[in-house]
Design a protein. Sequence first.
Length: 349
Amino acid sequence: MLLRGAWARLLHHTPLWRLVDRVMPARLTILAGHCVADEAANGGLPADMKISAARLERIAATLGQRHGWVTVGEGVEHLDSGSGPRSMVALSMDDGYKDNRTVLLPLLERSGARATVFLESRPLEERRVNWSHKYFWLLANGKSADEVGRDYLLRCEDAQTRERLRRVLEEGGDLAYTVKRVFKYEAARADRDARIDELFREHGGDEAALCERIYMDWDDVRALAAGGVELGGHTVHHEVLATLDAEAATEEVARGRDVLVRELGEGAGRTFAYPFGRRWDFDDAAAGAVRESGFAGAVTTHAGTCVAGSDRMRLARWMIDEQTPLHLITAEACGGFALLRRIGLDLSE
């Protein structure tokens, strides 16, 4: 959108950002990603899950010159108490990938940035990965999304999923995305997990080895904690909470927190990230389960800033990757997009 880019560039390149920053209320801008690019650890993951160390370091340096770095939990506490910097930024990473220890932690130490890493507990406890990483592995090891989808059709026991998948394959387009979307939202979970695991193993996949390569272990996580990184919850299995019944959703949230608190102490149970994080990926029942499990704040993947009156169970985050323009991030952080929202113009997304 031309207006969005023009407004963001004006704020980024001129002193106007200082005036906007001063007149807007105290705010927390949370950035969100998954991986810092490292071929050895995450080379097989999709590009939109990664950002280069150089790019992330530039973002951290620019924001650090203009705003105060905090963790997500610290930022929420400051908003609640009215203390701390008026304009705060926090970096967050989801899932708990190996590069968070090997690449991100040294980058934080160099830049002075602060971060929160939201951890799935199953890879840490069982050294197992969810279905999506087996799907990504298949694509990275020579299988097309069309081939994966058609192989899945031969095995799938759910007629509704078969019909939906057939339509997706016939329509074509970005099959890597649309086939994954069927698996994510429409396939019966137990059948999906079993069939994708069959495909993964038949093509030479080793789940324990894959987990060891892409996910941190407890020693890595403790190294992050020792380095000042906040650790938060991200469920056990990384399922879409809105697709689960209330009991299963509560189990995912509460058991994930219990594991983190057991291993890392109460400080690890302050904040939570909804898997996938769009408003259709969780519901009021899931948000209630997060609150009742003891989390003080929960983050989404909808862009925006967080202020004193923001719903603590639906905190906004800016997703970043290698293609995210720096001027859009700085415009949000200074309150530029929030200022426009006051007159009914929402350009954050």
